[in-house]
Write a protein that binds this ligand. Sequence first.
Ligand SMILES: [Zn+2]
Ligand SMILES: [Zn+2]
Length: 404
Amino acid sequence: VSCDAQVLWDAEAFTSYDFGPTHPLRPLRLELTMALAADLGVLGRATVVAPTAADDATLELVHDPLYVGAVRRAPDDWLGRLALRHGLGTGDNPIFPGMHAASALVTGASVAAARAVWEGPAEHAVNVAGGLHHAMRDRASGFCVYDDPAVAIAWLLAAGARRVAYVDVDVHHGDGVQAAFYDDPRVLTVSLHESGRTLFPGTGFAAETGRGAGVGTSVNVALPAGTGDEGWLRAFGAVVPPVLRAFAPEVLVTQHGCDTHALDPLAHLQCSIDGQRVALRWLHRLAHSIAGGRWVAVGGGGYDPVRVVPRAWTHLLAEVTGGTADGATPNAWRELVAARTSVLAPTSLSDGAHPSYDPWPGGGEPAVDALDASIAATRAAVFPHLGLDPHAAGDPLPAERPAS
Ligand SMILES: [Zn+2]
Ligand SMILES: [Zn+2]
């Protein structure tokens, strides 16, 4: 079954978000992703739309006008004092020519995805260049200049949406999006990530549940380093479906950082492409069952540009466009990899893992390991605010095919 989907993409433009040759966020990962998806015919099922840049008024739905001005002037700010005050010009967020234009374009693509889903014609829309979830109101952080998912959500609210849910499966805490809506009861943010005890940005603990009218609308699952598919999916099933059902959003926005993979060089989870695919299928199914099919998906982190990101996001593109991608990677793509890098291309679209897990059993038994202790802490902290029983059982694995 195919869903009406839009893919926001412009090769020249998107690869200009480039912090330089020694930075871990490499435009190559997007180039190799779109090449793999194109070679497999995944893009043939969707409408591919070239985005335009977000204007200042749109960026300022989330960002401080002084910050937007600082980003625009940063490449010419030779002393760098203004820039540094806004997190620009650091090792993580070096200044590059055209930084404002490139960042505003990524944000414009996520806003266009939100608009396509909110106003039609699409049910689902995806921007793999987006997902820059660490950027804050007045500063760059963690390779992120403008917070495109937060701006897209703010755009949806301005367009009349009353409830928007955001689910972030990047290995890092989605701190920028959480901060943008921490006291806003209209936005549920859910982040499933490696614990801030061992990983940037050092936040995202169960006790962060929101502020004021927003208490109960920030949900954080801090996973122990070393968690693999089974634990990751157990946590997902124990928390994500129940809180989404309770919140009943009109739109689901998801962030698909694939740096949970075992090969990712910056983090310490042990997930496989196949485990990530289960979460994708699950989110697709949830978009249909709880958000009327309105689904906006963005990319995110992922720092193995050959062995992980292209396959992870080809599966994302396939899922959003209602298809699947299986079997071997195409010869033409492996040749492109050989021409562009010295890394051996993966030969299969799968890691050969067959993820399964024990669903969260419910009941009030004390947790026996660190993973279950984290899950239990999240449920205890936030479930009562959403009218949910922290001791209820979690969801089982979703069916093979999404309900499109
Ligand atoms: Zn990340
Ligand atoms: Zn669908």
